[in-house]
Design a protein around this ligand. Structure first.
Ligand SMILES: [Zn+2]
Ligand SMILES: [Zn+2]
Length: 311
């Protein structure tokens, strides 16, 4: 589970920051959260390929979050894509996509399947799901939670040996949840596996005011990626335009009991976002800033715990 921040600026691109887009590797899926203008070029500068994107989730229909779609879809087509592309977004997404696909002399070489999502939906993938959470912005907008399924418990080698299991392929079949036969005896996974381990949880806020729904949805998250458009000295303006200050984002992460907060979507007035990081860390110390083309690995919870325990 790895995030690549393709664009971390809010509203306008700057020489240092492109507008919103976050790619997320989840097993064989490559998800894209928002697709601001120039996202396809950011992909080229990163380790990921836009041709590999399987599903796109748009938080809302402000230009800095979706105007990269028509260009990227045309490039995918130009590069010979045949597999369908799934695009999810709030109400208005289907019409926006129809207009985008009708732009210029263009016919895609693949199917673009557009879906308008609602709070309560669970978009299922092998091993995880994505859930839209209503955000508090000036237009219909969603945050998204990526929730990994519970993972199998730890394999107990001593128990396995005690049951006379030979090392080898039978181990992985048991780990995969299959029962196996040894010497006429059936061994089920629960006989050699510890309790199931919780899956990872990541929340990506999109544009939003700090919100109770987002705090609830982000409860215990391994990572919250939250917009921090402005410093709290401009709190009034943030409220007016449906955005959060860095302090408000930190308060959300604190109340949600998240492990790590990553700030993004900075106003173009912050050439250096250090002031935003400083004010967030005063409230929620485990905060980092997203930079364009930086990536972030989300480790299984027990690994993080181990590292902390060692550290
Ligand atoms: Zn925005
Ligand atoms: Zn917006």
């Amino acid at each position: 589970m790895r995030l690549i921040f393709l664009g971390t600026g809010g509203s306008l691109p700057t020489p240092k920051r492109n507008v919103s887009a976050i790619a997320v590797h989840m097993g064989s899926e490559l998800l894209l959260f928002d697709c601001g203008e120039g996202t396809q070029r950011q992909f080229m500068l990163s380790s990921a390929s836009f041709m590999k994107v399987t599903s796109i989730f748009i938080t809302h229909l402000h230009g800095d979050h979706f105007l990269g779609l028509p260009a990227m879809i045309q490039s995918m087509s130009f590069s010979g894509r045949t597999r369908p592309l799934y695009v999810h977004g709030p109400e208005g997404m289907e019409e926006a996509m129809r207009s985008m696909l009708a732009l210029g002399y263009f016919k895609p070489s693949f199917h673009v399947m557009t879906m308008e999502v609602e709070e309560g939906d669970e978009i299922e993938f092998p091993g995880f799901k994505v859930m839209p959470i209503e955000a508090d912005h000036t237009v219909p907008a969603f945050a998204y939670v990526i929730q990994e399924d519970p993972r199998p418990g730890k394999f107990n080698l001593d128990k396995a040996k005690g049951l006379g299991l030979p090392e080898g392929p039978l181990f992985s079949r048991l780990q995969g949840g299959e029962a196996v036969e040894v010497g006429g005896r059936t061994i089920t996974p629960d006989m050699v596996l510890g309790p199931k381990r919780r899956g990872r949880k990541v929340l990506i806020s999109g544009d939003t005011r700090p919100s109770k729904e987002i705090i609830e949805a982000g409860n215990g998250a391994d990572l919250i990626v939250h917009e921090a458009t402005l410093h709290s000295s401009l709190g009034q303006e943030a409220a007016e335009y449906g955005h959060s200050t860095a302090a408000e984002a930190a308060e959300v992460a604190k109340q949600a009991g998240a492990k790590l907060l990553c700030l993004y979507h900075f106003s173009n007035r912050y050439d250096d976002a250090q002031v935003l990081l400083d004010e967030a860390r005063a409230i929620f110390p485990n905060t980092i800033l997203a930079e364009d083309l930086s990536s972030l690995q989300v480790n299984p919870p027990e690994e993080e715990w181990n590292r902390q325990a060692k550290g």
